[in-house]
Design a protein around this ligand. Structure first.
Ligand code: CS2
Length: 496
């Protein structure tokens, strides 16, 4: 065991013989990007592309300074700092091949809780050209039903009252942009990397709503000067487990306290709309397109929605992982039927993409037995995900007279899940959701009022008053409340 190498800048020379390491001089890397929300996905995606680009071209002006806005980010910061911001990316192929590389594009990490002024200054620095975000679907602070900015959020109120000591992403972006404008620096680009359709437009709308309240003149400058490219981002990145860390020390001979595991597939389709330059990510596989709309809708309504379908139905059934679900023929058939009959009909054609082949590839990716993507991760924050991933598809199918039965059973399963917090065997399911209490209370009213869950208007809009939907939903929710054997209901839907 004493031969285990600590992951650090000074050990890269030793590690180079064992794993792929940065070939560029990390001392020369300038942080052209400030990234808010350094989790597994950022590290397997944007940081990976940026590292690959530096390896490919040697252009070191686009390193990344991570920023954590939550106290929960401290652990990641501490671990990365102790490793000189290096970490291992473990790519697991379906056939068992594993490719490990050390990613060097992160070069700093600030926690806003320690010093908000330092975060603002870093964003306002002349070196910063892009502020990118993975703040999750819930981080955009919009009301899911109206799509408008939620001024009721106490942190937003705090930021409006304390512009120099913000807590939210909107407070930080506004303060930094204000500083840039005052000193005559060009605006940075705000680049969303979250799974929201028109993620750039969403970031823009929310930031402008906030900035208008705080400083209307600055808001007008932001409106003119800041670009918010839309993008479709994709790489399945399960939560890191102790087995990943153990794998590195036993198989690769070095210690990383928080590596990232992901699938080999990766995709990034970006609108070429930047305020102040950008990395040439196209050299390492990103696609720049004039309009990302069809790509993002395809990905969110098939991949992300597909995950949620398996996540909720699978959790009630007692499956634990996505690959476990698709290895079960009933779940695989159900997923494909949902995709073919409900998700695909509401999609626009995507140039150069064969949707059938795309769906085949999704089933293969989900089935990767070496990516143990837990249903617990998929079900995290479902209230921020389902309106975008699945409920929009139901609304669109109701309008066009299309099928809704596959998705409706998922909503019924979500109600049971939120109410009981247990799978069909009575085993507890750990629910993590900002709306956990509201979801639970609404779901708990189901026995008296079968539509109780749907009355959460901010999630479901007017579904509770749609006769076609409520008739089917009532039948399904009552059936699974009587007997949570979800398989039986899935078979029924498939046979209907
Ligand atoms: C998942 C995504 O969060 C979820 O529910 O669907 O994290 C998904 O794995 C990624 O978007 C894949 O690109």
């Amino acid at each position: 065991m004493k031969d285990i190498i600590e992951l650090k800048q000074e050990s890269l020379a030793l590690l180079a013989g064992k794993v792929a390491c940065p070939s560029y001089d990390r001392n020369k890397v300038k942080a052209g990007i400030v990234h808010i929300g350094v989790g597994g996905f950022h590290r397997s995606h944007e940081a990976y592309y940026t590292d690959a680009l530096m390896n490919e071209t040697g252009d070191c002006s686009w390193g990344i300074c991570g920023v954590g806005l939550r106290e929960d980010d401290r652990k990641m910061r501490d671990i990365l700092k102790a490793q000189d911001y290096l970490y291992a990316l473990i790519v697991r192929h379906p056939g068992g091949k594993v490719e490990t590389s050390i990613i060097g594009s992160l070069v700093d990490f600030l926690l806003s809780g320690d010093n908000p002024g330092a975060v603002i200054d870093r964003m306002a620095s002349a070196d910063t050209k892009i502020v990118s975000l993975t703040i999750t679907e819930g981080g955009y602070n919009f009301d899911p039903a109206s799509g408008e900015f939620e001024f009721g959020n106490p942190d937003v109120q705090h930021d409006l009252d304390n512009p120099a000591q913000p807590k939210t992403v909107f407070g930080f972006l506004t303060a930094a942009l204000k500083q840039r404008r005052t000193v005559g620096l060009p605006a940075f680009t705000v680049q969303s990397c979250d799974n929201i359709q028109h993620n750039g437009a969403m970031a823009r709308k929310m930031l402008l709503a906030f900035a208008h309240k705080q400083d209307p003149e600055l808001a007008r400058w932001i409106e003119r000067e800041v670009c918010f490219p839309n993008a479709m981002v994709d790489r399945i990145t399960p939560a890191t487990t102790a087995a990943d860390t153990a794998y590195l020390s036993s198989q690769a001979g070095f210690k990383d306290d928080w590596p990232v595991t992901c699938e080999p597939f990766t995709q990034w389709v970006i609108e070429d709309n930047f305020s102040n330059g950008r990395p040439a990510w196209e050299h390492v596989g990103a696609q720049f397109v004039p309009d990302v709309t069809p790509y993002e809708k395809m990905k969110i309504r098939l991949l992300n929605a597909g995950h949620s379908v398996l996540g909720l139905l699978g959790s009630i059934h007692g499956h634990e992982t996505i690959d476990g679900c698709v290895a079960d023929p009933l779940f695989a058939t159900y997923l494909r039927a949902f995709m073919d009959n409900e998700a695909t009909p509401v999609l626009d054609p995507v140039e150069g993409v064969d949707l059938d082949a795309y769906k085949d590839s999704l089933l293969q990716r989900f089935g990767n037995p070496n990516i143990k993507d837990s249903l617990a991760r998929i079900c995290l924050e479902s209230s921020a995900k389902l309106p975008k991933f699945l409920i929009s598809t139901i609304h669109e199918n109701l309008t066009r007279g299309g099928s809704i039965k596959y998705a409706t059973l998922v909503i019924a399963a979500w109600c049971l899940y939120s109410d009981k917090g247990r799978n069909r065997h009575g085993v507890e399911l750990k629910i993590v959701d900002q709306m956990k209490t509201e979801l639970h209370q609404a779901a708990a009213g189901t026995n008296d009022d079968p539509l109780s869950f749907l009355r959460l208007k901010s999630l479901f809009g007017d579904l509770a008053s749609n006769k076609e939907f409520t008739a089917l939903y009532t039948e399904m929710v009552q059936a699974i409340y009587k007997d949570p054997d979800i398989e039986q209901q899935m078979r029924k839907v498939l046979a209907a």
